[in-house]
Design a protein around this ligand. Sequence first.
Ligand SMILES: [Zn+2]
Ligand SMILES: [Zn+2]
Length: 339
Amino acid sequence: MKSASTYRAVQAVSKGKLEMTEKPMVDPPAGHVRLRVEACGVCHSDSATVEGILPIQWPRVPGHEAVGRIDMTGEGVEGWKLGQRVGVGFLGGSCGHCEYCRDGDLVNCINQGYTGVQQDGGYAEVMIAKASGLIAVPDDLSSVDAAPLLCAGLTTFNALRNSPARAGDLVAVFGVGGLGHLGVQYARRMGFEVVAIDRGGDRAELSKKLGAHHYIDSSSTDVAKAMQALGGAQVVLATASGGKAVAAALGGLRRGGVVISLGATDEPIELSAFDLLFKQLGVDGALTGTSKAGDATLRFSAMSKVAAMIETMPLEKAAEAYAKMMSGKARFRMVLTMT
Ligand SMILES: [Zn+2]
Ligand SMILES: [Zn+2]
């Protein structure tokens, strides 16, 4: 911290441009807390803010995998303590009064902002967060380790947890990258038979190390055939962006199976209604999860030793970390550190 009255933050100022700035310290409004950020993951969805893919009012501080300590609580905040270490994910906190919230469907709250999109995120030494969106960080998880679990971890963990797959079922993880390398670990720890799929042979050994029972090289193998030879998957986690990847995954499902698409893309998904009808196949999506599901993600990860492979960089190198993530060269999650 430079001084008590300002803090450093990295903000997107125009398409593709991140720059360091100094922001005035403010008190949290009612229902919000102020955090001293300790770590923040760099996620592919940060491109929504930096490249202006979602409607953005620049300048905006990206970052929705933020971990920090509460240093001030706004009026009406209950259940969270000063000094407590908490996480903030993509969903910025539900409103509690819209029709979805009143029905218990907090993810679909219509008054929920996206962290780092409608409100400033975690590429900063300090951030303001809505208390209803906070995630509890267990003591035995470091801030750096917890950060990528708040989006990449929560997304894959919750998608698998809510999927129709049961212990012993075949679950495929399409793409062993930032999301997939966590998906493989969760799938294994949840008791599924796990097949990892990626292009080329160089991810085979890593996939096995992460817990996959099988590996399919999609560049040299007919993926659908190879999956059917294993009995067909009950669930495919499609972590690679693109409608074509989702369509290809359908061929590897067993009857009644479902592809869960996690890669954020507007590329259309082409599929045959025959498959949906006669094989009862399904296509679904999953948008992270509630803050309570975030708690469960972190606890499960700490208990069963699921960890992201992480490269850290200090906050002032945020632009470099972002560029490395966007280039696909990160192995596999970049995390910014503030101290
Ligand atoms: Zn709501
Ligand atoms: Zn994310």
